[in-house]
Design a protein around this ligand. Structure first.
Ligand code: 5BU
Length: 465
């Protein structure tokens, strides 16, 4: 008896595979019942399963930084594989996320880590797909899953649609073949089971919340921005120049409904962490606004690529948009666009064509012309400008204007303010970037509402949206 054959027979003997007539949860009558939970009571069988799975992982050349077991039966298997294969383990909680901010993924990981999912049995693939979705939502990459046993009820295709390759040790066809060969079941039982499997192919339900949450993934960042403006009736971007990310997170929960975008400077935060910034990202998804890191990149392409993707901030992991000076030439945009291609979500940038500060050297016709030319050349990635005037009649480019205040004309360090009406009417702004006018007000939410109302009213009037 070969190794796998003997394992199948042992599983039959400990009643992991049962044949007869069983009523499934769905109400369907099934000629086979498979329950691998019993394996935890048989350490030799447990190890043997892990060894076979490990073998497939090695042969398939799976590149992974961590391994995530799906509760419950796959957890002890995953633990053995993690130890043998020397990979850290992650666990996705089984409970739903409806109790506050409790983490769904346990264990340590880095954004963009490649994670292999381990499951005991696959039927439709729904639990693997759900696990992959939670891992991907945390910024991990999931391309492969391994199961011990595939019921061949279309799980493989269902997972392929979710861009997951399914690896497996055994299929139901192989199990039936072994059990007939070693006289555990008759040919007739095997045929009945095969027929049942053929007639009970599955499809993954496309649950509504998933579609809502991932709808934006199939849209370009430009389309998403336009949709947010129209749906939420706001062209207000809050410039959340506060020292604490905790405070920004709290504020964004209150002001989320009023804004189309939240702009931050990650390098002024005294409590930056990837965990917190991903929390802010989650809030931006929930309230449907974009996250803009006002990084003002201004170096050669090669350096900017690293500044965008690496270091403490890993900006490309969470910022939908970044600001970019065009001073170094178009290589800077080329570099960012290239780097953004490895991210699973749409990314884009705003070119800083003009600045609001007194004496800004951007006040030069050639400079502005260069910015517009570059935007047109890289129009997939450049979705607009930071500007103080309307730079082009091409309305696919959004003009975002900082330096907005209803009752102030400037600060002591060169900032110059205009009102929302002046910005939209006189300066051609689509988006109003407002910082201290809101942050320093007594009631931030109420003030944000005022800027939203005034801003969108004038915008609607003048841009005829
Ligand atoms: P304020 O508090 O509304 O003055 O903040 C304006 C924000 O916009 C602040 O974060 C600046 O760094 C940012 N800004 C700007 O004020 N002017 C510019 O030309 C550019 C960015 Br580019």
């Amino acid at each position: 008896m070969d190794d796998l054959g003997s394992l199948v027979v042992k599983l039959f003997d400990i009643e992991a595979f049962k044949f007869g007539s069983f009523k499934l949860k769905s109400g369907i009558q099934s000629p086979i019942y498979i329950d691998l939970r019993v394996i935890i009571s048989y350490p030799d069988i447990l190890r043997s399963i892990a060894v076979h799975m490990n073998d497939i992982i090695q042969r398939a050349n799976v590149a992974c930084d961590s391994i995530c077991g799906v509760p419950y039966t796959a957890l002890p298997i995953a633990s053995i594989i993690c130890a043998d294969y020397k990979r850290p383990m992650l666990i996705r909680r089984k409970e739903k996320k409806d109790y506050g901010t409790k983490k769904l993924i346990e264990g340590k990981f880095q954004p963009n880590d490649r994670c292999l999912i381990i499951e005991d049995i696959v039927t439709s693939g729904s639990s693997v797909a759900e696990t992959a979705e939670s891992l991907r939502a945390e910024g991990l990459q999931v391309t492969d899953a391994i199961v011990f046993f595939d019921r061949e009820q279309n799980g493989e295709n269902n997972l392929k649609e979710k861009n997951i390759r399914l690896l497996r040790v055994l299929t139901i066809t192989e199990v039936l073949r072994y059990l007939v060969k070693y006289s555990r079941i008759t040919e007739e039982i095997s045929k009945t089971v095969q027929m049942f499997i053929r007639e009970n192919q599955t499809q993954l339900p496309s649950s509504k919340p998933e579609i809502v949450e991932t709808k934006h993934l199939s849209m370009s960042i430009r389309e998403r921005f336009q949709m947010i403006l129209k749906e939420k009736k706001t062209n207000l971007c809050l410039s959340a120049d506060l020292p604490s990310l905790d405070e920004i997170i709290e504020l964004s929960k209150q002001i989320g409904p009023n804004i189309c975008m939240l702009k931050i400077h990650c390098d002024i935060l005294n409590d930056f962490s990837m965990e917190k910034i991903l929390q802010l990202k989650e809030i931006s998804r929930k309230f449907n606004f974009l996250l803009l890191e006002d990084r003002k990149f201004a170096d050669i392409g090669n350096t900017v690529k690293s500044q965008y993707t690496k270091g403490l901030f890993q900006i490309s992991q969470w910022a939908d948009l970044v600001t970019v000076h065009i001073l170094p030439g178009e290589g800077i945009v080329e570099a960012l666009e290239q780097a953004a291609q490895s991210i699973n979500e749409p990314r884009g940038c705003l070119l800083i064509a003009q600045m609001s500060s007194k004496g800004a050297l951007t006040d030069n016709e050639d400079y502005v012309k260069g910015a517009v030319q570059c935007a047109k050349k890289y129009s997939n990635f450049v979705i607009g400008f930071i500007s103080q005037s309307r730079l082009t009649t091409d309305n696919q480019f959004l003009h975002c204007t900082p330096g907005i205040h209803l009752n102030n004309t400037g600060d002591q360090l060169g900032q110059q303010y205009v009102t929302p009406r002046q910005a939209i009417d006189g300066r051609g702004a689509d988006i109003l970037i407002v910082g201290r006018a809101i942050l320093d007000s007594i009631n931030r939410v109420k003030t944000a509402e005022e800027y939203q109302e005034e801003g969108y009213r004038v915008y609607e009037q003048l841009r005829h949206v």
